[in-house]
Design a protein around this ligand. Structure first.
Ligand SMILES: Nc1ncnc2c1ncn2[C@@H]1O[C@H](COP(=O)(O)OP(=O)(O)OP(=O)(O)O)[C@@H](O)[C@H]1O
Ligand SMILES: [Mg+2]
Length: 452
């Protein structure tokens, strides 16, 4: 059942009907009252005209004329003498007058008066006009049938009923449209989310309007894309981890079997055991790095910032790595214009630069130069590591920051890299609220830029 549209339509219809009814009652009252007032006004005017004519010239002819004028229409006239007896009248039946005239005996009228009758129950509206001529006095009574007013009311009722019925039909159509425009897309989105929760990320949601429904559909599409990416990444990550662990383990088992051979002498056995130790150490480092990254992913580590000198920071790092660079015959140069303060977690920043320098060292040839730079622009502290090594192809430049990604698996393998260095660098930089980017060209070299 389309619950939302039913609820919406129900509240919409109820409010509309209440408003509609109030408006109709108000209109109904206003129109009928105006009509009654109009009739009474006319009655008074006609009555006072007749009375004036009568006072000007009280003759049989005048009486006859007055009666003639009011015969046959919706209006009637009766002329009474001072004792309340009917002198002349235009009524079909003079009994009609009785209930109205009986009141005359109790009150002495001095001016034109409208009898307070209820048009809904009384067949006539009545006005009284006292006249006074020498020797003759009495009352001229005007009567107006209430049938035309009742007819008007009946007509109004019929029209309003029609309008009410029409509104209900229109509201029903609105309800149908609401259920089509509002509920259908919602049901579609509900189905899409159910599909996502079942692991089918390829949802097909039509492009909707630019309103909240459209935004909701766009969010669901984005969610399904994100989930699909996460799922793919997890699969790739697990494949890489099993591969990373599997290879050293195969070596370990192989060398352990060889080391067990009885024909080996002590030196040979020692060599094999050394290899086993080396591979085990590598596995240990890999597991430790993976654990570190997992921790970074959850942001469970804290960045403790402090202020320190850029110059001193760079010099300390260079001192630390200089021996490795010397060993491979690579020149390490500091390029720095002047000293400035850095506000960061010193240990984490050191880890970032050490990882970049480690890559520069590994992916450069003997005899080349690696440059480390630190400078400031208006808002940021910028640290750069530049090498003239093998470089990275444009299509790999984004992937190198993913966990366990290595451009050339076989080549990197010989350097012992697991593909975790840059992923760590990225996490640490972002934890500082900074960014890392790479500019690189194959066979020319790379520049890694950390911006804090
Ligand atoms: N300076 C560089 N020059 C050329 N290629 C690079 C450079 N730095 C990184 N790469 C490429 O990016 C890949 C990912 O680097 P990353 O530091 O994450 O892993 P790794 O160096 O292979 O292993 P680890 O750092 O975990 O020991 C490397 O395998 C290499 O292919
Ligand atoms: Mg590395």
């Amino acid at each position: 059942m389309n619950k939302i549209s039913t609820k919406l339509a129900a509240s919409f219809i109820i409010s509309f009907l209440i408003l509609d009814t109030l408006l109709m009652v108000y209109l109904h009252q206003t129109i009928t009252h105006a009509r009654v007032d109009e009739e009474l006004d006319r009655l008074l005017k006609t009555g006072s005209n007749h009375r004036n004519v009568l006072e000007d010239n009280y003759t049989e002819t005048t009486l006859h004329h007055i009666i003639l004028m009011e015969s046959g229409g919706e209006r009637d006239v009766a002329i009474l003498d001072d004792r309340g007896n009917i002198v002349q009248h235009s009524l079909d039946n003079e009994e009609i007058l009785t209930p109205y005239v009986s009141e005359l005996h109790d009150t002495q009228l001095t001016e034109d008066t409208i009898l307070p009758v209820d048009w809904e129950t009384s067949p006539y509206l009545v006005s009284m006009h006292p006249y006074e001529v020498k020797g003759n006095s009495g009352t001229l009574v005007m009567l107006q049938s209430t049938i035309p007013i009742r007819q008007l009311v009946n007509q109004l009722n019929a029209h309003f009923l029609l309008a009410g019925g029409g509104s209900i039909v229109v509201l029903f159509i609105v309800y149908l449209l609401l259920s089509k425009w509002l509920t259908r897309p919602l049901i579609r989105m509900k189905e899409a989310t159910e599909q996502i929760s079942e692991g089918l990320y390829d949802v097909d949601l039509p492009k909707l309007s630019n309103d909240e429904l459209g935004e909701l559909a766009a969010s669901i599409r984005k969610l399904s894309n994100d989930l699909s990416r996460v799922k793919r990444e997890r699969k790739e990550f697990l494949a890489s981890v099993s591969h990373e662990m599997g290879t050293p383990l195969t070596y370990l088992i192989g060398y352990a079997k060889v080391a067990q051979r009885t024909e080996l002498n002590d030196t040979e056995r020692f060599d094999y055991l050394s290899i086993i130790e080396e591979e085990a150490e590598r596995l240990k480092t890999l597991v430790k790095n993976l654990m570190d990254l997992a921790q970074m992913d959850e942001m469970t580590f804290t960045v403790t910032k402090s202020e320190f000198s850029a110059d001193e920071f760079i010099r300390d790092i260079v001192q630390l790595v200089q021996p490795s660079f010397d060993l491979k015959g690579i020149t390490l140069r500091i390029e720095q214009v002047r000293d400035f303060p850095i506000v960061a977690d010193r240990m984490r920043l050191e880890q970032i630069i050490l990882n970049l320098l480690d890559n520069a060292l590994h992916y450069s040839e003997t005899g080349s130069t690696v440059i480390i730079r630190a400078f400031q622009d208006k808002k940021h502290v910028i640290l750069q590591v530049e090498d003239s090594g093998c470089g990275i192809a444009a299509e790999n430049q984004q992937q190198i920051f993913e966990k366990l990604y290595r451009v050339e698996k076989s080549r990197s393998r010989s350097f012992g890299g697991a593909g975790l260095g840059l992923a760590t660098v990225k996490e640490l930089t972002e934890a500082h609220g900074g960014t890392i980017e790479v500019q690189s060209e194959l066979e020319k070299g790379s520049i890694f830029t950390v911006r804090l």
